[in-house]
Each structure stands twice: as C-alpha cells, then as structure tokens.
Design a protein around this ligand. Structure first.
Ligand code: NAD
Length: 725
C-alpha cells in the first residue's frame, strides 16, 4: 500500500498524488514522508522531468500529521524527537531548494502544490515549502495551521516559513490562534498564491511548472538582502510587535500553555538568525513542547480520545441508527437550539410547543442564527432557506408519526415531562430522549410505557456552540436507544460521552462543586478577586463567580432547593446557600439581570466584581494562591473520581474529554484524570489530606489512596499499573 503515486506526463511534468489508502483524508506518517522523499528524489534526479506538481487524489489536500505518530515520537525520548524533526526540516528544505545550486540559486526544478481542498497542519507546511501554492476555489476548504489548539505549534517549518513570508504581526493569528481561512481569503491574506476553478487546478499547476523562471523558485528568505516583513525584533516596529505579542499570549494563556510561549520564542529567536538556523531553533522549541506533559495530555484527550469517542468507541455493536426525522418538544432555548443543529445536519425536524406562537418562536431562533451566518458570508441564502425548510413548527403531536427519535426539552418539571412522555408515546414509536440537566433518567422513565427506548441526551447551552453531548443510560435503557443517540450526535458532529444515571450525571456533578467552592470561600471572607484570579491562573475559562453569573443565580437557587428537598438532613451545602440566597433576594441574578457577583453596564457588559460583596461578606483572610487553586481544581477532580467509583463514568477517556468540552476543565491538563496522573495519586492524596479540615468533601476516595499505595495511574504508563483502560 502506498500513500503517493507518481506520473510523468508527455510535457515532462511529474505529478505526485497523495492518496492515503483507507482514509477519507490524507494524513502524514513517517512512512509517508519517506515515500514522498523517494518520489521527489526521483523527479529531481530525472533529466526528463521539468518540474513537479504535488496534489491529492482526495477532495481535500491533507488533514495534517497523524497525531498518533507524534504520540509515538514522544515515547522515543527527547533526542529522537529532535532528530526526527530535523529530518523533516532537511526533507522540506530539499523540496524548497529543488536541486538548485546554493550559491548561484540556479538549476532548481519548480515544485508547485495544487490543493483541491482543505490543507491543515503539515498539509499546509508542505505547501509552504513548495515554490507556489495554487488552490481550487472550494469554499468548504480550510487552510491553516491549527496545531496550537492541541497544545503544540507548527514544527515542520510552518512557523519559520510563515513568519518569514508575512512578518510576525500578520502571521500571528494563524500561528498563535490557529485561524483557518477559505482558499479565497487565504489568497487575499497572502497565505497562498492563486485560486482557480476546481476543474482547472491541475492544468494551471502544470502550466506554472512549464513557465516558471529560475527567479520564481527562490524564496525571499534565500535571496540576498532579505528583510523580515514588518521588521525584525530590533527594528522599532518589530520591537513593538514582540512586546505586544508577549503580553497578548500571557494574557490569553495565563502561562498555562507551554506551546504558545515556545512558539513565540521560536519566532523571536528565529527572526534574528539565518533561515537554516531558524529551523533548528524551531525544532528545539518544538521538541521542548512535545516532551512537555501538557502537549501529550492535550493530544491524548483533545485529539486521539476525542476522535475515538466521535467515531463510536462506546457505541453498542448494532446496525446503523441514523436519525431520519427528529421530533423536538419544547421550542425554548434548548429545544430551538437542538432543532437548529439537527436541521443544519440535514435532518428533518418536527418542532412542537404548547402554542403555535411558541413553536414558531423556536423556528425563528434557527432563522436568526442562519441569518447571522448569511451576514457573515458563512451561509448562502439558498442554504438558509434549505435548512429552515426542514423545520416544521406545530402543536400537533400527530406530526411526530414519521419520527425515529424525539427529544423533549420542556420545563424542568417531572410532571410536565411525564405528560409530554405520554403524549409522544401515543403519537409515535420513536426512541424518546430527555434533555433534562438534573433529573435522574430512571425516575423520568417511570412515566414511559417503553423505558427500554427512553434515554437522556443532554445538550449544553448554547446548543450551536457547545461540542459536548452527554448521553445518559437509565436503568432500563436498551442498547438500541444508546446507538440511536450516538448516531444522532455523530450526525451533528458533536462529541458524545455515555454515562450512567445519577443526579446531575457527570458534567453538572463536577461543575456544581466548583461553583460552590468559590461561593464557600466568599462566605469564609476570602477576597473574591483572589478566587476569580486563582481560577483563571489555573486555565479555567471562567472563575466560579463569573460562571454562576453566566448560568444565573436563580438557577443555582432552584437546584439548591431541589437538592435539599431530595437529600434532607444530609444536604451538605448550607454554607453555599448562605451566599447564593441573599444574592437572589437582592435581585442580583447574574448576567441576565445585569447584576450579580459582577457589576454590568447598561448594555450588559461585564465590569468589575460588585463592590457590595465586601459589605455582605467582609474580607477576613487572604489564603495563599496555591491553597485557593488546590481547592478549586481538586474539588472537581475528586468529583470526577467519585463519578468513576460510582460507575456513572465507565471510561476515563470520557471523563477527561467531557470535562474539557463540557465545562472547560483546565484544557492544558488533558482533563481531571490526566491531571491526577500528572501530579501522581500520592501527591493528590497529600493535597486532599491538607484540605481535610474544610470538610468531608475533600476526603480522598479509598480508590485514590489505593492508587497512591501502589503507585498506580489512571492511564496506562510503562512504569505504573493502570487503574482503568
Ligand atoms: P425554556 O423555558 O427556554 O423552554 C421550555 C419550552 O418548553 C418552552 O418553550 C415551553 O413553552 C415549552 N413547554 C413547556 N411545557 C410544554 C408542554 N407541555 N408541551 C410542549 N411544550 C412545552 O427551557 P430550556 O432552558 O430550553 O430548558 C429545557 C430543558 O432543557 C429543561 O429540561 C432543562 O433542564 C434542560 N437544559 C437546559 C439547559 C440550559 O442551560 N437552559 C441546559 C441543558 C439542559
């Protein structure tokens, strides 16, 4: 099996076509690099070849490096990683020099990259080493370098080449934020050279090869007198760029992401040395990042395991259950969002609410989102009409007859849900899912005549933005319902986790203690700014007080009231309520009321922490930062372990991926289980013991103590015993 084919045409143009067997998208492997190099050598060494077109046999160019390969490289150790990267540099530099004399810069053969569609990561770093990049006018294609999003940075020359091509300032959004562009925009911003109609791609690439002059093959940085666009670091303009970029990166990452800092270091040092030295600098910085536990944890959770879950790692082995017609009951915030994402994925939707007006309002929500897309030129007016036409808004349950899945998103009230369950089951034999965020599924299933076909599909708000969907198996839920839910989530291109039934399931079970720990500290007289900043410095996207403002304080009161009613005397959160309830009584309900733990302006923009907090809860102590951070992170991680111990979670991969996508658990850590592995169970237990006087919520579970005693870890590692697969 080969990844590349070689074809020499009558005009002397060698066409090398990338077509990774058995995959819908080309990905680069070590063997792939070796094969490509053999073909490039063949073309450069053959006198009959005038030049090379590198293209793809698939609709896209390439999705990037196979990150499993990076994971293997990491296992080989630092020197092996560095040597491997330098090999890649040597090879891409060979393409760039294409046989030319290094002194006269003459005698090279043109190499053009013809991209039919998406080119990401190494799938754009290889084109950057070619002499010209021509892309098909494919509006669905995305071009760029998204490495930073999985905790690494472009390390196959992409950093060095893009900076030398565009300057630090213009390259920054692509390198530091992983910004991707369509071919047309990529051309407009100078990432690629040409965009042509798809059916002319190959012909145009060949034409360029046959007409290119020797000067066209010499990259600006190989020319005499080359100056970095926008100025090098000791140029007045360049100096300002680096000062700004440094501040921006630290502001955005809070120092939690080594990749961002290493990228900046490679950029800064690389711009002051010759090109080939800059590649060495890039390789060194990249090696450092690849050997940092942050990148391996992020790659494992955010790429390898996330993809495995999306591809059905937890799916029962049953025939396809793709959803054809979806019913949604309740066209409020969640129901309307679910209808929109389903219609967008090509599924017909029957959207029901108690009144026609409410149902129409839900459909209008989809229309508004689509219109926003039209305004931003991301959606065509035709596509908008097509998607909207898939949503039927009605009050008539008979319209549910053709549905194979119905999701209810009515009020969070068991009696309303029971009434709706009966009506749905009378109208259709579809699998019925509830979007409840707190109520145990097995309890709600009591209202069902077919509890085997009853399941939880918990979307997060806002539905169109949040990638995670929690699928909850009730006690009687059958495998077919799980398969249906997973196939539905797959069609929506979201990431599923499958958990067992318990109050709050997994995500809310862990996020509520995080919020509560923040509120407890307010009650204890800890400065609110310390609480919020400690969370931010941990890489949490929102501090606990901001988070409760966003989700609304009255929702917190509602959940607390219901939990107290369910738990009676064993209710553990009275201290939390002493903060939550007074805020609600004062009408400080959070962002939606423009008043909460934070102050807001008239337009709803968040300002500083509310000054009145210190009157209600005067500051009486200032614990050190680490203690506050230990409390905030450990309380979440412990709850994740308890969810695993209780069998709510059955797979630590889901625990980690779900934590990052569901509530933003410090992504640099790879998730709570990865974080516990990183510090080690022994250290985790020591932290818990140090916090034990705060209450039993910090007592380390026996399972963690056992792991500490036997030096075990959650994930398999060569030197420790795995606790779970
Ligand atoms: P919402 O109040 O915005 O919408 C509920 C909708 O259900 C309303 O349009 C209402 O008219 C309709 N409805 C009520 N009773 C009905 C009935 N008998 N028949 C038909 N329609 C009826 O609420 P929401 O925020 O969209 O929440 C809906 C569900 O999703 C709840 O179970 C909630 O717990 C859950 N949920 C909410 C969030 C969130 O952040 N809001 C997140 C995840 C899950």
């Amino acid at each position: 099996m080969t990844d590349f084919t070689y074809d020499l045409d009558a005009d002397g143009v060698a066409v090398i076509t990338w077509d990774t067997p058995g995959r819908s998208m080309n990905v680069m492997s070590m063997a792939g690099f070796a094969e490509l190099e053999r073909l490039i050598d063949r073309a450069l060494g053959d006198g009959a070849v005038k030049g090379v077109v590198l293209t793809s046999g698939k609709k896209d160019f390439a999705g990037g490096m196979d990150l499993n390969v990076l994971a293997q490289m990491q296992a080989g150790g630092t020197q092996a990683v560095f040597d491997g990267i330098m090999e890649t540099h040597r090879f891409l530099r060979k393409i760039e020099r294409a046989g030319m004399d290094p002194k006269t810069l003459k005698g090279g053969k043109p190499v053009v990259c013809a991209m039919p569609g998406t080119g990401l990561g190494i799938g754009f770093e290889i084109p950057l080493a070619c002499h010209r990049i021509i892309a098909a006018d494919n509006p669905k294609a995305k071009i760029g370098l998204p490495e930073i999003l999985v905790g690494i940075f472009p390390g196959a020359g992409g950093t060095t080449r893009l900076i030398r091509k565009m300057g630090v300032m213009l390259a920054a959004p692509f390198l530091m934020e992983g910004k991707l562009l369509s071919p047309r925009l990529a051309k407009a911003e100078g990432l690629i050279d040409e965009v042509v109609p798809a059916d002319q791609l190959l012909a145009r690439a060949k034409e360029w090869v046959l007409t290119a002059k020797e000067a066209d093959l010499v990259k600006p940085w190989d020319q005499k007198g080359y100056k970095l666009p926008g100025g090098a670091p000791y140029h007045p303009a360049g100096f300002q760029t680096f000062v700004g970029a440094n501040a921006m990166i630290l502001g955005k990452t809070q120092g939690c992401y080594p990749a961002a800092q290493a990228l900046l270091q490679a950029a800064y040092e690389g711009t002051m040395v010759p090109f080939d030295t800059a590649l060495r600098v890039e390789a060194r910085a990249f090696t450092g990042v690849l050997m940092d536990p942050t990148s391996s944890a992020m790659i494992r959770s955010l790429f390898i395991n996330k993809e495995a879950l999306e591809k059905g790692a937890r799916r029962p082995d049953l025939p396809d259950e793709s959803v054809k017609v979806l019913g949604v009951i309740g066209a409020g915030m969640m129901g309307a969002g679910i209808a929109y994402v389903a219609a967008n994925a090509g599924i017909s939707v029957v959207l029901i609410d108690a009144t026609q007006e409410a149902a129409e309002k839900g459909r209008a929500h989809a229309e508004a989102l689509l219109e926003k897309g039209v305004q931003r030129r991301k959606v065509t007016p035709e596509k908008k009409a097509e998607v909207l036409a898939r949503i039927t808004a009605t009050t008539d349950y008979a319209a549910l007859a053709p549905c194979d899945l119905v999701v209810e998103a009515v009020f969070e009230d068991p009696s309303v849900k029971a009434e709706v369950t009966a009506k749905v089951e009378a109208a259709t034999g579809a699998i019925l899912a509830t979007n409840t965020s707190t109520l145990p599924i097995s309890g709600l299933a009591k209202a069902s005549q077919r509890p085997g076909s009853y399941i939880g599909i918990h979307f997060f708000s806002p539905v169109d933005k949040m990638a995670l969907v929690e699928i909850i198996r009730g006690k009687q839920t059958e495998d077919r319902a799980v398969a249906k839910a997973l196939d539905f989530v797959r069609a929506l291109r979201k990431t599923p986790i499958v958990v067992n039934d318990a109050r709050f399931f997994y995500a809310n079970r862990c996020i509520i203690p995080y919020i509560n720990e923040g509120l407890r500290m307010v009650a204890e007289g800890v400065p609110p700014a310390l609480i919020e900043n400690a969370a931010k410095l941990l890489g949490m996207p929102l501090g606990p007080l901001q988070l409760v403002d966003e989700t609304s304080i009255d929702l917190g009161v509602k959940i607390a009231t219901a939990t107290r009613a369910a738990m009676g005397d064993t209710y553990p959160d009275t201290a939390v309520d002493q903060v939550l309830f007074p805020m609600a009584e004062q009408g400080r309900l959070g962002r939606k009321a423009k008043a909460g733990f934070y102050a807001y302006d008239e337009a709803g923009k968040r300002l500083d922490l509310w000054e009145g907090l210190s009157d209600l809860w005067p500051v009486t102590q200032t614990p050190d930062l680490t203690t506050v951070q230990d409390r905030l992170l450990m309380i979440q991680a412990l709850e994740a372990v308890r969810a695993l111990d209780a069998g709510v979670l059955t797979d630590i991969r889901e625990g980690d991926v779900g934590a990052i996508l569901g509530w933003g658990f410090a992504p640099w850590s790879g998730g709570p289980f990865s974080w516990l592995d990183r510090i080690g169970a022994g250290q985790a237990v020591a932290i818990c013991d140090g916090l034990a006087e705060l209450g039993p919520r910090f007592s380390a579970p026996q399972s963690l103590r056992d792991m500490a005693a036997s030096s075990a870890a959650f994930y398999p590692r060569p030197d420790v015993h795995p606790r779970a697969a």
